[in-house]
Design a protein around this ligand. Structure first.
Ligand SMILES: [Zn+2]
Length: 326
């Protein structure tokens, strides 16, 4: 993985290449921008670039240093990340303690902190001291999609590298190249992914696409689908992640019909492969009813924190939909 493989972040990558070519290294960087757009990948690639034995506008990816960083076994490159929850003071102390020594093998020791807004207060304070008196040969990279949650005192000591949403067209190309989707399917999914590569890749997985086809086929009464809406409700309410994926597709379907009612730009329609059916429903269902369905779906999204009964929620939604179509 080199800079060339990080798509849609030309501005950030250009700055990082300049830093390496000019050898004007700051002690601390903040890579910030939306979720799933390549910030962590860029941080790891930057760590490789700073230590690559054969860097020429991009990392070689085969020298000993690149290899060790790729395998996650380089002694001087540390990636701190949490599954869920906070970054703990203990972890930070261990790392800060290690910083008093010179790097073992590398030109530059690199510490990457993913989701750095998850610092708890004492971890933040401990880290702040390090940022005030940074050890020589050490580069700290904070990665965050919520930089506003970081203390201002931390942010002000970092050189900021901004990352942006990935353009839809770039996402489409990535989906065609990586997941072998047809241009039409890739375009649908890219539109849904809101500029995030990771969201686009997860939406294009076979599992999610299976859920999409089941849901949309039932809603449009076409295809070879055994169950009706209520069978699907039972099936999809068992698992929380699948439940929300199913809900997302129901949402996009009715959102599409609303878009068709209020404007005529085909580019704004997500489920274009169901266009024919949606256009006939568009005549049958009033805007008021459509908005009522969307409002109910939004209340189900919000019900997540209140231990909502998922199957009941989908059953009620099914009844609303049946009534509106009948
Ligand atoms: Zn290399």
């Amino acid at each position: 993985m080199g800079f060339d493989e990080i798509k849609g972040q030309d501005r950030a990558i250009k700055i990082l290449r300049q830093v390496i070519n000019n050898k004007h290294l700051a002690h601390a960087y903040l890579f910030h921008g939306p979720d799933g757009v390549g910030k962590k990948k860029a941080a790891i690639t930057f760590a490789k670039a700073l230590n690559c034995a054969d860097f020429e506008d991009d990392v070689c990816d085969i020298c000993v240093s690149c290899h060790k960083i790729n395998q996650g076994i380089h002694p001087d490159v540390t990636l701190i990340q949490t599954e869920k929850g906070e970054i703990k003071i203990g972890e930070i102390r261990n790392i800060i303690r290690g910083m008093i020594y010179k790097p073992l093998e590398a030109k530059n020791r690199i510490v990457i902190v993913d989701e750095s807004e998850r610092f708890n207060l004492s971890a933040s304070n401990a880290f702040l001291k390090t940022l005030e008196e940074p050890p020589v040969d050490t580069v700290i990279i904070l990665v965050s999609s919520n930089p506003d949650m970081l203390p201002q005192t931390v942010i002000s000591r970092c050189h900021r590298i901004p990352f942006s949403n990935i353009p839809t067209r770039t996402l489409t190309d990535i989906l065609i190249e990586k997941n072998g989707l047809t241009p039409v399917a890739a375009d649908h999914i890219a539109n849904l992914a809101n500029g995030s590569v990771s969201k686009a890749l997860s939406l294009s997985s076979e599992e999610v696409q299976g859920i999409r086809m089941d849901i949309l086929s039932v809603l449009s009464g076409k295809g070879n689908v055994k169950g009706n809406l209520f069978d699907l409700a039972e099936q999809y309410s068992k698992d929380e992640k699948i439940f929300y994926e199913a809900l997302d597709w129901i949402y996009t379907y009715f959102r599409d019909i609303i878009m068709m009612k209020v404007q005529s730009d085909l580019n704004l329609i997500i489920n274009r492969d169901f266009y024919d059916h949606m256009i006939s429903l568009k005549e049958k269902i009033s805007l008021e009813t459509l908005l009522d369905i969307i409002e109910y779906i939004n209340s189900v999204y919000k019900g997540q924190e209140r231990n909502m009964n998922r199957q009941l929620a989908l059953d009620v939604l099914g009844i609303k939909i049946m009534r509106s179509i009948a």
